[in-house]
Ligand binder design. Structure first.
Ligand SMILES: [Zn+2]
Length: 468
């Protein structure tokens, strides 16, 4: 077996790893690279192999940085099966269509801006019309290739490659996987969750394997205990409401939004936060919440408790889900206090941009960051407290409070990653670290070498390794 790293190599997005069995080529994940616009477009649109030569894709979970370039793969000629859990398949329907919609909208925005400048300046600065990376039709073509496979069910993914998935505890439907070819067993962590996260099950112990490709997002971080997250959330809401301000929470539409909603539900029931309006303003989050309701089998005991009491974990008085653009815009005129949860999680697109633009200049308000913010994203600039941040190409003063809720991270910290690796440590010949920024990777590599005496590689993009 040979593996080649095409994405999430010394960075956190664009997860894509190639597995060659000699005569067949497989992909683990086919994610979207997210970062600077031009570089992202080039990396996402240029596949380093013929798409039609890929036998099958094994998809760890539905997050766009793991699934979001499937439409490009299909647009270029891939027609094989894409194996994923039933919840991931359902989520991909909503997420890939949403991603394609954003790609189309982004391209048309750029083209309109270009036309406007051209007519204002009376000259053409040689910019060709921008084409979207992929279209809604491309995304629709992915959907028929998705093959639901339950956790733990072994599948022949194609000639010479057996695949089996395990609970990764990172989001609804998320998996770590083991592939086996010619007696060599390779595990891929996907994204490893934190034990104790709201709603979803904890990551499960992995079987013994020869090699491991492992994420390292928080390889140099120790999260605060998850138990503290509710108190911290309550404090943020109380403090902001006390100022008459708004809590603006950029949040991944799938997973994080439902977790925040569930916790606000609990806090409001317990009287720990005031009875203020809470809005989930994201059509994707609304659709994703419906998909969550369809898969209670993947819930943990806490979320199942709501169902057993006949309550809806994702619905309560004071909570409103917003689909329509007009209703979303109407929020601009509504005085605080209120909470609005909106996507995208890294503030790169979607309705959150309007909420940020209209509210971050007011120091009564709070931007509540609930997830990881990659380098060069607007979310990262807000976390780093730039004095001014660019929104829709215009500088906006950042005067709102900024609070990070790192505890809710869907990613295990260093201690949790080391514990997750433990059941495999005896049999492993080598660990490959992916999905992390260099400083996080270096620290985790050191910790793995010290604790388990294992060789660790930090592959760069395009690097291949033979596994025997
Ligand atoms: Zn993920």
């Amino acid at each position: 077996m040979q593996i080649t790293f095409w994405g999430a190599a010394r960075t956190v997005t664009g997860s894509m790893h190639e597995v060659d069995t000699g005569d067949k080529r497989y992909l683990m994940d086919c994610g979207l690279y997210q970062g600077r616009r031009q570089q992202s477009f080039e990396l996402n649109s240029t596949l380093p192999f013929a798409a039609g030569s890929v036998e099958a894709v094994l998809l760890s979970h539905a997050h766009i940085d793991h699934s979001g370039n499937l439409p490009t793969l299909v647009r270029r000629g891939f027609r094989g099966p894409i194996y994923a859990t039933p919840a991931t398949v359902d989520l991909c329907h909503a997420m890939l269509l949403d991603s394609a919609y954003l790609q189309e909208k982004d391209a048309s925005f750029l083209n309109k801006r270009h036309e406007r400048r051209k007519s204002l300046l009376g000259k053409n600065n040689n910019n060709h019309p921008v084409t979207p990376l992929y279209t809604i039709a491309d995304a629709e073509n992915v959907l028929s290739l998705l093959q639901p496979v339950e956790l733990h069910t072994p599948v022949e993914a194609g000639p010479g490659l057996r695949y089996q998935s395990y609970e990764a505890g990172h989001m609804l439907g998320s998996t770590a996987m083991v592939v086996e070819s010619d007696g060599v067993r390779l595990a891929f962590s996907g994204d490893v969750g934190r034990p104790g996260l709201p709603i979803i099950n904890d990551p499960e112990p992995m079987p013994k394997v020869d090699y491991l490709i492992m994420e390292s997002t928080y390889g140099n971080r120790l999260h605060k205990p998850i138990e503290e997250v509710r108190d911290k959330l309550a404090a943020v809401v109380n403090r902001t409401a006390g100022r008459g301000g708004k809590v603006i929470a950029p949040s991944f539409a799938v997973g994080r939004t439902q977790q925040v909603v569930l916790m606000l539900h609990e806090l409001m029931e317990a009287g720990q936060i005031p009875q203020i309006p809470i809005f989930v303003d994201s059509p994707l989050a609304v659709n994703a919440t419906e998909i969550f309701r369809k898969h209670p089998g993947a819930f943990d005991a806490e979320a199942r408790g709501f169902l057993e009491r006949g309550e809806d974990p994702f619905g309560f008085n004071h909570l409103r889900y917003i689909r329509e653009v007009s209703e979303s815009k109407a929020l601009n005129d509504l005085h605080g206090p209120y909470v609005v949860i909106s996507a995208s999680g890294m503030c790169e697109a979607g309705r959150i941009l309007h909420h940020l633009k209209n509210n971050i200049e007011d120091p009564r308000n709070t931007v509540l960051i609930t997830g990881f913010q990659a380098e060069n994203t607007l979310g990262r600039k807000i976390v780093d407290r730039w004095r001014e941040v660019p929104i829709f190409g215009e500088p906006v003063r950042l005067r709102a409070e900024v609070v990070k809720l790192n505890e809710l991270s869907g990613h295990a910290d260093q201690r949790e990653l080391l514990l997750w690796l433990k059941p495999m440590a005896d049999s492993l010949k080598k660990v490959f670290l992916v999905h992390g920024e260099p400083s996080q990777q270096a620290a985790l590599a050191k910790a793995i070498r010290e604790q388990y005496d294992l060789p660790v590689e930090i592959p760069s993009r395009g690097q291949s390794f033979s596994l025997e």
